[in-house]
Structures are given as C-alpha cells and as structure tokens.
Design a protein around this ligand. Structure first.
Ligand code: F6R
Length: 605
C-alpha cells in the first residue's frame, strides 16, 4: 500500500531515494514521484508519473543535485492512478511537498474548509488536504515543520504515514505515523525514513522504531522523535538482521521464483533452536494457563496458514480453535474475553484488517500471541508475545516463503500449547519434531522436481478455470493453490474441500477442466476417500493433476512429494502449487512480481 522513502545526508539524494523506491515498489505501482530540495527558499524540484517506477525513471535525465528528498510509489485509493494524483503533493507555493500512505478519512471536510481559505487543489486525493493544512500550520508555527506536523496529525482521522520537506530548510524531513508503517534508518552523516527497512538496508543496518502518533524530525546529523504533545521520546534502536542481498533478485528471473527457492532456508531458519520448545524470551509476556479457546485472525494467504494451524492445535493441544477472516471479525462483535488466546498472523505486521481485529480482541481482554515476519512492525509491537518467522524480506507481492514459515510457526505454537496443556505423549511430540526437522531437506527434494511441472503447467495455459481439491490439511493447501493462481494468472480458480464437491461445486466440472488434487498421506483413511472424490470428477471429464506421496492410479499427471507427518504435508504440497501459479503467470505474459490491482502490505481496511 504505497511505499515511502526519505533521505537526507551527504550523498546525491536521487540515488538512495530511487533505490528505496525500487525496493518498495512491491507496495504499490500505480504511480511514482520524487521531490528534491535543491536550493534553499526556491520551489522544490519535483517529478511524478502514473504507472510503474520505470515510467518515472525514463524522465529522470537531467536531475539537479540535492542532498535531501522524498519519494513515493502509490497504490491508489482516493483518485485514479494518474499523473496529477501521483505523490508528492505540493502546497500552492511549491515549497512544501508531502507524501502519504494510508487514508485520511476527514479529507472532504478539510478540503472544503481549505478551499474556503483560498487554497487551490490540483488533485483528487485525500492527501492533498494535508499538504495545504500543513502549509498553514507551518506559517502559524513560524516555519517549524515538526510543530506543524504535530498539530496537523491531531486534526486528521484515519491511517497515515506522512513525510514532508520544505525548501526553506532543505536538509530537514519530518515524518509521522498512525496505523501505517514508518521506520528510521540511522546512517553515518545521513539518515533515512521509509515504509520498511528494505528501502535502506544497502546503506545502514541500524534502525529506530516509531510508535503510534509519533513525529520524527531528521537532518543528516540529528533525529528527534516526539509525541503529538511535543514531548521528546526515548529512541528504540534495533539492528536489522536482513541482508541487503536478500532484497535483490540474485540471478532469478523474478523475485517470486527466488523466494520459492529460498523456502528450505526460510523454514530451517524459523525452526532453529525452537523445536525443543519455545524459549522464555518468546513466551515470557504471555500466560497460556487457563485459556479456553484459541482464535486465529489473518487475511489471504496468512488466513490459510491459520486454517492449517487449527488442525494442528485442535489435534495436538486439544483446544477449540476458530480461524477468522480479520476483515469480518471485529464488525461481528464476537464474544471474546481474558480466557481467549488470539493469534494474529501477518507477514508484514501492518495489515490493517488484522491489526484492527487484534485491537478489538485486546480491548476485550484477550491474550495476544502474534506470528509475524517483520521486526518492529505494529502487530508485534501491540502483542503480548511474538513468534517471529525468519522468511527474510518477501518482495514478490504473492506470498510464498512467508506462508511456509507461517505454517512452521503454527506447528511450533501447537506443540507449545500441547506442552503447556500436557496433551501429547513424549513419543508423539518427538515424532512431530523429527518430521519438522526433516522439512527443509524435503522442500529441497520437491524443488528438484519442478522443471517438468513447469512444462506441464504451460499445457493448461488457455484453460478458463482450474479447480483445487483437498481434505484435512490438504483443504487449506487447495485454497492457497487457488488464491495463488487467481492473483498471478488472473484465471478463475477455486479451492474446495473434496467432500463438499457433491454438494454443488461438481457442476463446474466439464470436459478437460484441470483439477489439482492435493492427496492426503498414502495409506490413510482420507487418502481412500480423496481417491473416490478424484474418481467422481474424472468420470465427469476432469484432467487430474495429483500431488501426493504415492502414485494415484486415476491421476493423469502425478507430482510426487516426499512423505511426512500428515499434519505437516502442506509445507511440501504447497510448493508445486506455487510453481503452477508462477509458471501460469509467466506463460500468460503477466507481471509475476507485481500482479495487477494488488499491493503487498495492505494498510487500508
Ligand atoms: C497473497 C498474499 C496476501 C497476504 C495478505 C495478508 O499471496 O500475499 O493474501 O497474505 O494480504 O498479508 P500479511 O501477512 O502481511 O498480513
């Protein structure tokens, strides 16, 4: 949802700002723009273009030298994806520029008021109201941009990250955040502000967290963080563990393919040191005694990880689990109290729906144990305990390695709950742990077999629809396979619990419909039931692509994966599903890493 970057320091600002935008483009690619403070007191230099960052870059032939600037890559909410709606937005003197991520809910009333005061608007965005408001407030505060930002933020409703720069003080950038991400990068004689650390990890690994309703004021040498009342706050420093190379394509054609191949490492990293039990550093903040129910809240792919978690937690820890779509949860006003354990799952840690659902549960007294991939983001900051996944930066919009590590996190939490509640025998526990430890090697084995799958996928390039079937933990895997295909191949796809087919969806099967069957572990009761469901669709003309640990007689195409513990199967079966979606997108000429209409971190409701 919009990427934001600001730089002030010794370098030519265009370089770090543009590099930051390249790394943040996954957050939105409807337009991009840059404002640079070139000469004190003169209008800012600004360039902005609709479309991908490449469109903007093509115009950057004669850029003046400047040592501070801000840049924005947009996922449109208010106002179409046009040049005039692209950020930065300027005040009427052209000396103050503002970029924004989020939604200003009271922008209409602000705009009416500002127009009455003589401000001339030149876009349809909610953001532009803020730049005019900031301009007036800055004058009132004798040119103090930080004081103006504090006053303006207090007037705004909604969610926002804001960065502003004024040409009267070219080396100063002021930012603020509420319910939207903003981190500070601390350099040597240079400082950065960005939506996430990937924008500046090539320059510094030292970062500062920013809390809710905080204003940050940076120059090359100084960083001051205040609350909206103007009190100076202590700085919460942390070191970024991600490597700069993790945010590069590293020879792969697309980030998504690279991230698919990074999965063995991501899973291994997330497991390291945790299978013997979650250490007290993770669990100290949360008391798991006496809980009567678990509620998992998440969106999209993370929701599918939650569904797998339900199977594991209910079975291993013998406690009832609800998995809730975060966007539906809080508006239902569900019953939740201090005996409920709520597990929000989020790669970004900033998804607004998940954050709001979690805050609702928290306000009712629930205990919050988050699963997150992004250190210092809002969801972990507002949780009692966090189990971080170690997927590293996920740049492709479609989630792959983050999903696999979310599955691992769910298994680890299920084991931990089972230990607290004494519901697994040592033998059962050890067996699961042995299987978990084998997963990275087994994912490697799956990846070794994907070439023929890519070739097979291309055969279905012109299909109008693809269906995915599964049972037990294979059902969420089927849902995930269908979601990946929809978002990447722009193709109709549905995931079904195979037992449900006969209750309606089987009518979708036609001659030649490709059906992907995620088979349960060979020899299990469910494998037999699933084989019958496959027969039912095959008899009606479906072409069967089966994924499983043993050959299926009725399959037209068989994708073999190694055997594992039945509950851990999605960690292996989802990998071919990701490859199918990837290859289908390539075959159909789609933009794999930045599929249409999407953005990675969804910070609007
Ligand atoms: C799909 C995908 C999304 C996210 C969802 C939640 O490939 O990536 O469905 O899973 O938007 O995002 P996070 O995990 O950041 O809360």
């Amino acid at each position: 949802m919009c990427g934001i970057v600001g730089y002030t320091g010794k370098a030519t600002a265009l370089t770090p700002v543009l590099e930051g935008l390249r790394r943040l483009e996954y957050r939105g690619y409807d337009s991009a723009g840059i404002a640079l403070a070139v000469t004190k007191g003169e209008p800012l230099w600004i360039e902005k273009r609709a479309g991908k960052l490449g469109n903007l870059e093509a115009t950057l032939t004669r850029v003046p030298d400047a040592h501070s600037g801000i840049g924005h890559t947009r996922w449109a909410t208010h106002g179409g994806p046009t040049d005039r709606n692209a950020h930065p937005h300027l005040d009427n003197e052209g000396k103050l520029a503002l970029i924004h991520n989020g939604i200003i809910e009271n922008y209409v009333e602000l705009r009416e008021e500002l127009e009455k005061r003589g401000h001339i608007f030149s876009s349809d965005t909610d953001t532009e109201s803020v730049v005019h408001l900031l301009s007036d407030s800055r004058k009132k505060h004798n040119g103090d941009l930080a004081a103006a930002m504090r006053e303006v933020c207090a007037e705004l409703r909604g969610s926002f990250t804001l960065l502003a720069i004024h040409s009267d003080e070219p080396g100063r950038i002021v930012g603020a955040r509420r319910n939207s991400p903003l981190v500070v990068g601390v350099g040597d004689g240079e400082n950065f502000l960005a939506s996430d650390v990937s924008a500046f990890i090539a320059y510094t690994k030292n970062a500062l967290e920013l809390g809710q309703d905080e204003v940050v004021d940076i120059t090359a040498e100084k960083i001051v963080i205040t609350n909206l009342a103007g009190d100076v706050l202590p700085q919460k420093a942390y070191e970024i563990s991600w490597d700069a190379s993790a945010a590069e394509r590293g020879g792969f054609e697309h980030f998504m393919l690279k991230e698919i191949y990074e999965q063995p490492k991501a899973v291994a990293d997330t497991l390291i040191g945790r299978t013997a039990g979650l250490d007290s550093e993770i669990t100290a903040g949360i008391n798991l005694e006496g809980i009567t129910k678990v509620v998992i809240i998440a969106c999209g792919t993370a929701f599918h990880a939650g569904l797998v978690g339900k199977y594991a937690i209910e079975n291993w820890a013998n406690i009832s689990v609800d998995v809730e779509l975060a966007s539906e949860y809080r508006y239902r006003e569900p019953s939740v109290d201090g005996t409920t354990l709520v597990i929000p799952i989020s790669q970004s840690g900033e998804t607004m729906d998940t954050l709001m659902a979690m805050r609702y549960a928290r306000s009712k007294g629930a205990r919050i144990f988050a699963v997150c991939n992004t250190n210092g983001s809002t969801i972990p900051r507002e949780s009692d305990a966090v189990l971080y996944t170690y997927a590293g930066p996920e740049i492709a919009v479609a989630s792959t390695k983050a999903f696999l590590t979310q599955l691992i996190a769910m298994y680890l939490i299920a084991l931990h709950l089972a230990t607290v509640r004494g519901t697994l025998t040592q033998k059962e526990h050890d067996e699961i742990v042995t299987h978990l430890a084998e997963l990275p090697g087994k994912i490697e084995q799956v990846l070794e077999t994907v070439e023929p799958l890519r070739e097979l996928t291309r055969k279905f390039k012109s299909a109008s629809s693809m269906l995915f079937l599964g049972r037990h933990v294979g059902f969420p895997a089927a849902l995930e396979g269908a979601l990946k295909l929809k978002e990447l191949a722009y193709m109709h796809a549905e995931g079904f619990a195979a037992g449900e087919l006969k209750h309606g969806p089987i009518a979708l099967i036609d001659q030649g419909t490709p059906v992907v069957a995620v088979m349960p572990a060979a020899g299990s009761l469910l494998a037999e039931k699933m084989a019958s469901n496959v027969q039912e669709v095959k008899a009606r003309g479906a072409v069967i692509i089966a994924i499983g640990d043993a050959d299926l007689a009725s399959a037209d195409h068989m994708i073999r994966i190694p055997a594992t513990h039945p509950f851990l199967e999605p960690v292996l079966s989802v990998v071919p599903l990701q490859v199918i979606a990837y290859e289908m997108a390539v075959a159909r000429g789609n933009d794999v890493d930045q599929p249409r209409n999407l953005a990675k971190s969804v910070t609007v409701e």
